[in-house]
Design a protein around this ligand. Structure first.
Ligand code: UP5
Ligand code: MG
Length: 190
């Protein structure tokens, strides 16, 4: 909107459900700014910042980085962006993450998009990715899936109860999936 109020979309789904792939399509078609929490954390590791080795160990173990660390990285990107339409990809992953975002950013998401994908398909996609991610091995994938079920599904249920959740069937070709995503954004008044 003209008053610079951010429009915040949380993009959620299990490991390999296609969040990043679909976010790129939303960026191309609807001009959003894509902030992948995982990418911001991997950038911290690569930059050898003080938190880097702590973040690396947590990601290797499939666990969740302390909320303050992730929210500060997201906050820095949001504050320096001239685009106020945000896709926040892969965050919040726990109720604690969600509450920390609300407290530090002082905002809630306008909408939440959930990529619903069967476990076998997620495992297959992650194992096929081959981009050298330290967490794309079967042991870490199992841990990521457990964390997703135990800690991230409650966040998805929370937004469902608030009437903010759009659930996408994440099986199919990338284009077929985007045809489910498109109408959500096409009808927004932003
Ligand atoms: N692919 C995509 N769409 C496909 C389709 N329709 N059909 C067939 N293949 C498809 O896709 C995964 C792979 O599948 C790719 O090779 C793609 O080409 C193919 P992608 O779009 O990358 O899926 P995505 O859901 O983004 O998978 P990703 O592995 O990134 O999800 P995660 O949520 O596991 O990873 P993220 O980077 O968000 O987090 C990594 C770790 O960082 C977490 O485990 C955690 O330890 C840490 N983290 C935090 O602690 N806090 C945070 O807030 C965020 C991350
Ligand atoms: Mg991703």
């Amino acid at each position: 909107p003209e008053d610079n109020t951010p429009f915040i979309t949380f993009v959620l789904g299990g490991p390999g459900s296609g969040k990043g792939t679909q976010c790129e399509k939303i960026v191309e078609t609807f001009g959003f700014r894509h902030l992948s929490a995982g990418d911001l954390l991997r950038r911290e590791i690569a930059s050898k910042s003080k938190d880097g080795s702590m973040i690396l160990n947590i990601i290797k173990d499939g666990k969740i980085v302390p909320s303050e660390v992730t929210v500060k990285l997201i906050q820095r990107e949001m504050e320096s962006s001239d685009n106020h339409k945000f896709l926040i990809d892969g965050f919040p992953r726990s109720e604690e993450n969600r509450i920390a975002f609300e407290r530090i950013i002082g905002a809630e998401p306008n909408i939440v998009v959930f990529f619903d994908c069967p476990v076998e398909e997620m495992v297959k996609r992650v194992l096929n990715r081959n981009q050298g991610r330290v967490d794309d091995n079967i042991d870490t994938i199992r841990k990521r899936l457990k964390v997703f079920e135990a800690l991230s599904l409650p966040v998805i249920n929370y937004y469902s109860q608030k009437g903010k959740l759009y659930t996408i069937n994440a099986v199919g070709t990338e284009d077929e999936i985007f045809e489910q995503v498109r109408p959500i954004f096409a009808t927004l008044k932003v």
